[in-house]
Design a protein around this ligand. Structure first.
Ligand SMILES: [Zn+2]
Length: 167
């Protein structure tokens, strides 16, 4: 009888612990999903905020000429932000020299980018954009370096680099 009672108790404790674990995980996950609030502006508002080049890339899915961005050669430590809404997209640790003429990264800051298939060329490519303002950043390919094997090929005009302050 006592044993049964004890079993029941420990089962209850187990259920309680599981419940608490689920509870403690859920708000954290929700906070992560909710931390990026969407920024929606009209084309007119974007034109006022962006340069002509930036507007074409970010809002009309344009692509800059290779080797045209100074960020190609940027090697300082820092963070790459979306030029449209300033969301942090990449860190300098994620950057590598792909030799393509566009700033390239093997991964990105979690939840900062969203992808969709783009059929502009005959071969479908995966386009990606900023999770906050929807601004087009570039395309992701599967010929990147380890550990991801991904190449996030980004327009330099769509980024704003913020170097770490030397202290
Ligand atoms: Zn953005």
């Amino acid at each position: 009888m006592q044993k049964a009672l004890k079993n029941q108790k420990s089962r209850r404790l187990f259920l309680l612990t599981s419940f608490v674990t689920v509870l403690s995980l859920t708000p954290a996950r929700m906070a992560l999903a909710q931390k990026i609030e969407k920024l929606v502006l009209s084309d007119k508002e974007w034109r006022m905020k962006l340069t002509e080049k930036q507007f074409k890339i970010l809002r009309k899915e344009g692509t800059e000429k290779p080797w045209s961005s100074p960020l190609n050669d940027e090697k300082r430590e820092g963070v790459y932000h979306c030029a449209g809404c300033d969301l942090a997209l990449f860190t300098s640790e994620m950057k590598y020299d792909s030799g393509t003429g566009w700033p390239s990264f093997y991964t990105h800051i979690e939840d900062a980018l969203e992808t969709k298939l783009d059929f502009k060329l005959i071969v479908p490519r995966t386009e990606y954009h900023c999770a906050r303002c929807g601004g087009h950043q570039g395309h992701v390919f599967k010929d990147g370096p380890e550990p991801t094997g991904q190449r996030w090929c980004n327009n330099g005009e769509a980024l704003r680099f913020v170097p770490h302050e030397k202290g």
